[in-house]
Ligand binder design. Structure first.
Ligand code: SF4
Length: 418
């Protein structure tokens, strides 16, 4: 472990205290992969692979009607199929007794092809947290994590198989981008989770006490950078919030999280779907963030914060700043002060900070901050008038916390045998 005085970016005279240690992503020998121009390697475009089959969740209602007509079926069947899939969470023709027995299978094959095969399911927190490993049609592996809390059920979904953003602390990022997921592959994670809940498979439903439970909150914090797969993610979100022909969820319960793809944040501000927006910042200074979040080489801290502020102005929705607290890397008190200064410089009441302690990994530089350091970080932000709460780190035991979703060799072996 290298010890040195933290380097301060220029113009930081407001810094009040320092800590003696500063580890960096390179401390344990990690090196940033570079592109041909010597810039940090980032994959924005999805590698070309066979497309997943088209599913009704990729289409608008009108497109579903058209597709049925192409298949020689009456358009009104679209409404029946929507009801089975979005309300009863089934793609099994045997359950669709309102459809003519003669072409039921054909209808389902045409509009509801199987998109994902469950490879593995891991449970923890007494069954209140479940991680699913899914195999997609081309063998790509993705994961989702379902979590029951008091009064809400949250699903952490993947939006890409792998990720091209190359963050050094993230297992998914280190494995690179396999491909973008389709809108239906994103939505199907929710429908499959709802099926499991309806079957009583998530913890103890009596805790909440009613039988019509389903996923109430979605966080795009699984595999992938959602704004790098913008169009498909937005199609999926529209289907999630569509009350008539989709899942009918509340947009406020959906959180889209990004490492800071500024043009896409601006686009999102103009969508007129009031989702919750989260910026994974992890460092308030470019010197560290350039290493910690390689996309910072394209859009700097101030640009990302300006775009986040614009999101608040356009939507009226308070923005979340995600901040993984990593021991001696980004958890210094002066960084809490700098973050508070930068947020306050952009106004009051527009932002909330969620520090999340990393998993404790003794012996690694990628480990959680000491509890007193975490508390001091939170205290300073709150004292500066920035609402700040340490976030729950549910799912740690099954590697389901953010930045940990990656298919292991063991997963690949399991997938091959399903
Ligand atoms: S932290 Fe997020 S954006 Fe960064 S590599 Fe991992 S999945 Fe991608």
């Amino acid at each position: 472990m290298t010890e040195s005085t933290p380097a301060r970016p220029e113009g930081m005279s407001a810094v009040r205290t320092t800590t003696p240690k500063q580890v960096r992503p390179t401390t344990e020998g990690w090196t940033q992969a570079k592109d041909a121009e010597g810039r940090p390697l980032l994959q924005f475009a999805s590698p070309k692979r066979g497309k997943p089959p088209v599913h009704l969740a990729d289409l608008t209602h009108d497109q579903r009607v058209e597709k049925l007509k192409e298949l020689g079926m009456p358009g009104f069947r679209a409404g029946q199929l929507e009801k089975h899939y979005f309300q009863h969470y089934t793609s099994d023709p045997a359950h669709m007794t309102d459809l003519p027995a003669g072409n039921r299978d054909e209808l389902v094959t045409g509009l509801m092809p199987n998109l994902m095969t469950e490879v593995r399911r891991l449970e923890t927190d007494g069954g209140d947290t479940i991680k699913f490993l899914w195999r997609l049609h081309d063998g790509a592996l993705v994961e989702s994590v379902l979590m029951r809390y008091t009064g809400r059920i949250t699903l952490c979904v993947s939006s890409q198989a792998g990720c091209g953003m190359n963050c050094p602390f993230c297992a998914t990022g280190q494995a690179g981008l396999t491909r973008n997921m389709s809108a239906a592959e994103i939505v199907d994670q929710v429908v499959r989770a709802n099926r499991l809940i309806a079957d009583g498979g998530l913890g103890d439903p009596r805790k909440v006490g009613h039988k019509d439970e389903r996923v109430t909150n979605i966080v795009f914090m699984g595999m992938g950078e959602p704004l790098a797969n913008y169009a498909r993610v937005m199609t999926a979100v529209r289907t999630m919030v569509d009350k008539k022909h989709g899942l009918g969820m509340s947009a406020r319960g959906i959180t889209i999280s990004t490492v800071g793809l500024v043009p896409a944040i601006r686009k999102l501000s103009n969508e007129e779907i009031p989702v919750t927006f989260a910026l994974s910042l992890h460092a308030p200074d470019d010197l560290l963030r350039d290493e910690l979040i390689p996309v910072n080489s394209r859009w700097k801290v101030d640009e990302a914060l300006d775009a986040a502020r614009e999101y608040f102005e356009k939507t009226g929705r308070r923005v979340s700043i995600e901040y993984a607290l990593i021991k001696d890397m980004n958890d210094h008190a002066w960084r809490a002060d700098l973050l508070a200064d930068k947020l306050n410089a952009r106004g009051r009441g527009w932002v909330h900070v969620n520090p999340i302690p990393l998993n404790p990994t003794p012996g690694s530089i990628w480990t959680s901050s000491d509890v007193d350091v975490q508390n001091e970080f939170v205290r300073r932000l709150n004292e500066a008038g920035i609402p700040t709460t340490l976030r729950d780190t549910r799912g740690k035991e099954i590697d389901g916390a953010c930045g940990q979703l990656v298919a292991t060799e063991e997963d690949q072996v399991a997938a091959a045998s399903v």
